[in-house]
Design a protein around this ligand. Structure first.
Ligand code: APR
Length: 390
């Protein structure tokens, strides 16, 4: 089998790249080691930057997004029992859209199926070869049959734990990372959100957030110790902590049946390069952000936007974009990393020694006081939250 572009991973990055290439008349094959049901069932991010919405819409993926996505013109920042709104639309004329990653993937899977695209699910022993050459290949086993796909390019869209990044020789790549002394306990609940827009709260007990997936499903988060076990968190205990941390006078949180709960560690990570020979990395394979700024999925979409354009130019005899892909994608990514870290540090309690901890907390309150009262600081937040345009 041969194809111009072999894509490893059918997460949002891999499926979207394949779809964008098809739009430009370039065919590709996607190879995924999990089942289609698993890919469709994975619960992840839920906020799309305006640029992400525009890109998906331009590729014909905007119908359900437009009908079911919830456009939000701002967010709430909360601290010291007060809730302040930051109005992105008012400040800079841009918005975000709440639409779950699961829904984006569902739309992509349906589009691929409708177009008869080749996606191998449940591929075993996926391996990449000859990445230094102009004829790289991918081997795997699918339905007990051995496959070899020879391509012009291999794209690693196989997430943080994938095989593509680790097939780059150690001497050619450096990994930069930062871990955080806290994690997010996230729940999905069958209840209408108690808020019209997302609430990000700093409380003495730790961060809390009220997000949503639809008019009937709420998504809520609590900062917890990364070593904590979800078994320690009964539904009652979760709601109790949410009531305390999200409380403001005159507002109440409505409880509902919890349908999913899990604890996720937080990490910042960037690879020094997204290119090696004929291999290109997109999405979580190349970088990870803590979830506070809602940048994971949007960064994957941004990579795809750039790589799809670069590959399209390549097949029109212009290699300049492809040569610069790693550099331009990483330049944007580092700006996004900085923002995600800024949001994370501003809103989480650092469980250090008590004295510096008390100082940090008051300094964070000062920071939130500044951000919520300075139009300039709010514009800065708005510009980054709704998505950098580069
Ligand atoms: N062979 C084939 N497929 C693989 C392999 C492998 N060896 N290893 C991993 N995969 C698949 C995974 O099963 C998964 O379906 O690659 C896919 C990677 O998808 P994601 O992890 O969703 O990553 P990406 O598409 O880059 O999307 C980024 O994920 O974590 C969130 O916030 C992040 O929303 C962002 C999104």
């Amino acid at each position: 089998e041969t194809t111009p572009v072999a894509i490893i991973g059918a997460g949002p990055a891999g499926l979207l790249l394949s779809w964008a290439l098809r739009d430009a008349g370039i065919s590709s094959i996607v190879i995924e080691n999990r089942s289609q049901d698993y890919v469709l069932g994975r619960i992840r991010a839920g906020v799309l930057e305006q640029g992400s919405v525009e890109y998906l819409t331009n590729l014909g993926l905007g119908d359900r997004l437009k009908a079911e996505g919830m456009e939000h013109e701002g967010i709430y920042l909360q601290y010291g029992g007060e809730r302040h709104r930051v109005d992105f639309n008012d400040l800079i004329g841009r918005t975000v859209t709440v639409y779950g990653q699961q829904q984006v993937v569902k739309d992509l899977v349906a589009a691929h199926r409708g177009a008869g695209a080749t996606v191998y699910y449940e591929a075993a022993d996926v391996a990449v070869h000859d990445l230094e050459s102009v004829t790289p290949s991918v081997t795997f086993i699918h339905e007990r049959e051995e496959h070899t796909i020879t391509a012009d390019f291999v794209v690693g869209a196989d997430g943080f734990h994938g095989i593509c990044r680790s097939s780059i020789p150690a001497a050619r790549i450096t990994l930069f990372d930062r871990s955080y002394p806290f994690a997010w306990l996230g729940i999905l609940a069958d209840v209408a959100p108690s808020t019209d827009e997302l609430i990000y709260a700093l409380h003495e007990d730790g961060f809390a957030m009220h997000s949503m997936r639809s008019h009937a499903v709420s998504r809520l988060y609590l900062q917890v110790d990364p070593a904590d076990d979800i078994a320690n968190w009964s539904d009652e205990r979760i709601w109790e902590a949410l009531h305390v941390r999200l409380a403001v006078p005159g507002w109440s949180l409505t409880e509902g049946a919890i349908t999913d709960k899990s604890i996720t560690p937080m990490r910042s990570f960037v690879a020094s390069t997204l290119t090696y020979g004929s291999l290109f990395l997109v999405g979580d394979a190349g970088h990870i952000v803590p979830p506070t700024g809602a940048k994971g999925l949007n960064s994957a979409i941004s990579d795809v936007t750039q790589l799809a354009a670069a590959l399209t130019a390549h097949y029109r005899n212009d290699d300049s974009l492809l040569g610069r892909y790693s550099e331009t994608a990483l330049a944007r990514q580092w700006r996004v990393q900085q923002f995600s870290r800024w949001m994370t540090d501003m809103l989480h309690r650092s469980p250090g020694d008590l004295q510096s901890d008390a100082f940090d907390y008051r300094s964070q309150v000062g920071q939130l006081d500044y951000v919520t009262h300075s139009p300039l600081a709010q514009r800065m937040l708005a510009e980054q939250y709704t998505g950098l345009r580069l």
